[in-house]
Each structure stands twice: as structure tokens, then as C-alpha cells.
Ligand binder design. Structure first.
Ligand code: NDP
Length: 316
């Protein structure tokens, strides 16, 4: 039996970009098929409260918002599948994509909305406890609960680190924030919120030397002041990393033009076009500047409209 499936529009990834593309593509009668990817709902499923998405005057939780977007995409009969695309071949007019469910999808148009993933420091001790599931995490909202009433450390100085440190401060007795430079990168309002939280201690000019543990879980962090050279141990049971993200674009690298950090390059500014005709990009996979749910949703809309016009120009 052939496992080849022909589709007009394949959407890869299920964050706000993917779901918005799905809503638009479905309403344009393109019968989109979506593979949700490794983390259905994307990064917003690990975000606490979203207060800056227009239309939610009282805010909404990230996971709740993704459930609503999924329901809206389904209302117009998007074929949403739990699974991910493992390989692509964009060398021909028909775009071939292989899914982990064994299907070979032949798509006339593809919308890449694979987003980005959390970065880690890369220390062997960090990776060891990350793999053990014993105290290292890149998502305070997912894992903070396990460290209630305990002490935690968080690395990073951007908006994510501030948001996560603040979240942890509500659960933990003490949060130590390790900032590698002498200043935050975060917006002023986020940094101020952290500075004004009594149980968050901020250590500037501080690098992590090693994540300490007892073989089962984390017991502390050995840190070093990069100005004075002084080393000290901070006791903690949870070690959180919030140092940015890597775009999930590796499987496209042979066909799609990427920049030096792996983000997809737009073929034409102000559109969703990639260098491959019929392949469009939306959301964080191509955006290291804004990275917001609303900008991802906006580019998802653009990608679906561009895909629809591409098909129309071909007489479909
Ligand atoms: P950013 O890239 O903005 O910040 C990453 C931080 O991690 C930087 O402070 C960087 O330090 C630090 N860092 C990177 N590598 C290391 C390392 N090896 N060791 C120690 N520290 C390191 O990422 P974010 O995830 O914070 O934010 C991404 C985007 O999302 C931003 O545009 C942000 O504004 C937005 N955002 C908005 C939110 C909101 O508005 N509610 C919430 C969360 C994110 P350095 O400064 O020294 O380079």
C-alpha cells in the first residue's frame, strides 16, 4: 500500500503561527494538513499569563490560548495530526515531506512554522541532570511546581529569565539569578520587577562553573564572578536556564536559506516567501527580532495568503 498522500497545503508546527496559517488556509479551501511537532502548541504552552495579545482584556494563559487556536483551526476542518516531520525534499515542484507516522506527504505548498527551542549552557553537569530529570530545566512554568518551598537558581538576563525568575519567586523560598554581564538585557519594566522582588537575589558578572549534584538530583551551583574571580557555591535543588532559543530549522537546511544562527531568511522582505517557490515561513523560525505570539500569528496569516496566491497563480 502506498503511503504517499497528496495535499495542497502542509503546515509544519503548531504555535500561533501554524494555527493562524491553518485558519486562513482552511477558510481559503486549501484543506490544510498540520503536523503539530514535538511540542504541540509550541512555546506558549510553557508560558504563564499572556497579557499582550489583543482581544484578551483580562489576559489568558498560554496553554488555554493554544487550545482555543486549535479549536478555531479545527472548526474550519484543518486536519491536525499529532506527530512531526522528520525529513524534507524541496528539490522539485512538489514538496516531499516524511512524517514520523510513516506517511510521505507530497505538498503543493508548505508553511514552515516550527518555531524555536530553548538553549542550554552546554556544561556536562547541566546535561547530566537534565537527562536524569533531576533538577535542570529550561521551563519554570512547566517545572517550578516541583521546587515549591525550595531554593532555585536561574541563568539569564533577558525577558524570559525575568519572567521565569518572577514566576519561581512565588513558589520558591529563594531564587538566585545569574547574570553574566553587569546589566540585564531585559526590558526595564521586567528587570525592575525582578529587582523589586525580595526573595530574588541577582548576581551580576556571574558565570556557572558547574551544576552540583548528588548523582540523583541537583544540590547547588558552583559560580564564578568574572570580575573578581571569586568562586562560590549556591545551594539549590532546581537549576533553571533561560538564555534564549534556537530556531527549529535543521531539517530544512539543505534546501532553505538560513542565516548564520539558523533562522530562515525571507526571500523578499515583507512577505513569507522563502527561496523555494511554494514554501513559506511564519513565526519564530524566521524571527529573532520580535518573537511574540501576535507577530507569529500575523506572519501565519501572511504565509497562508501567500500560499493561496501561489496556488491561484498556478491555476489551482
Ligand atoms: P534573549 O535572547 O533576549 O536573552 C537571552 C539572555 O540569556 C541574555 O541576557 C544573554 O546574556 C543570556 N545568555 C545567553 N547565553 C548565555 C550563557 N551561555 N550564559 C549566561 N547567560 C547567557 O532571550 P529571551 O528568551 O529572554 O527573550 C527572547 C525574546 O522574547 C526577546 O525579544 C524578549 O523580549 C521576548 N520575550 C518577551 C516577553 C514578554 O514581553 N512578556 C517574555 C519573554 C520573552 P547577554 O545579555 O549577556 O547576552
Amino acid at each position: 500500500m502506498s503511503n504517499i498522500e497528496k495535499v495542497k497545503c502542509l503546515i509544519i508546527g503548531s504555535g500561533p503561527a501554524g494555527y493562524t496559517a491553518a485558519i486562513y488556509a482552511a477558510r481559503a479551501d486549501m484543506h490544510p494538513v498540520m503536523y503539530q511537532g514535538m511540542q504541540p502548541g509550541g512555546q506558549l504552552t510553557t508560558t504563564n499569563e499572556v497579557e499582550n495579545f489583543p482581544g484578551y482584556p483580562n489576559g489568558i494563559s498560554g496553554p488555554e490560548m493554544m487550545v482555543e487556536l486549535e479549536a478555531q483551526a479545527k472548526r474550519f476542518e484543518t486536519d491536525i495530526r499529532f506527530g512531526f516531520i522528520t525529513k524534507v525534499d524541496f528539490s522539485g515542484e512538489i514538496h516531499k515531506c516524511w512524517a514520523d507516522d510513516g506517511k510521505e506527504i507530497h505538498a503543493e505548498t508548505v508553511i514552515i512554522s516550527t518555531g524555536a527551542s530553548a538553549k542550554y549552557l552546554g556544561l556536562p553537569s547541566e546535561q547530566k541532570y537534565l537527562e536524569l530529570g533531576g533538577g535542570v530545566s529550561a521551563c519554570a512554568v512547566c517545572d517550578g511546581f516541583f521546587y515549591r518551598g525550595q531554593e532555585t537558581v536561574i541563568v539569564g538576563a533577558g525577558d524570559s529569565a525575568c519572567e521565569e525568575a518572577h514566576y519561581l519567586s512565588k513558589l520558591c523560598t529563594k531564587v538566585t539569578m545569574l547574570v553574566r554581564k553587569e546589566e540585564f538585557r531585559a526590558s526595564k519594566i521586567m528587570a525592575e520587577r525582578v529587582k523589586n522582588t525580595p526573595n530574588i537575589e541577582i548576581l551580576f558578572n556571574t558565570d556557572t562553573v558547574e551544576v552540583l549534584g548528588d548523582g540523583n538530583g541537583v544540590t547547588g551551583a558552583l559560580v564564578k564572578n568574572s570580575v573578581t574571580g571569586e568562586e562560590k557555591t549556591i545551594p539549590c535543588t532546581g537549576f533553571f536556564v533561560a538564555i534564549g532559543h534556537k530556531p527549529n530549522t535543521d531539517i530544512f537546511a539543505d534546501y532553505i536559506n538560513l542565516d548564520e544562527t539558523g533562522y530562515i531568511k525571507y526571500e523578499q522582505a515583507g512577505t513569507s516567501l522563502t527561496n523555494v517557490a511554494g514554501v513559506f515561513v511564519a513565526g519564530d523560525a524566521a524571527d529573532k527580532r520580535y518573537r511574540q505570539a501576535i507577530t507569529a500569528a500575523g506572519t501565519g496569516c501572511m504565509a497562508a495568503i501567500d500560499a493561496e496566491r501561489y496556488l491561484a497563480a498556478k491555476g489551482h
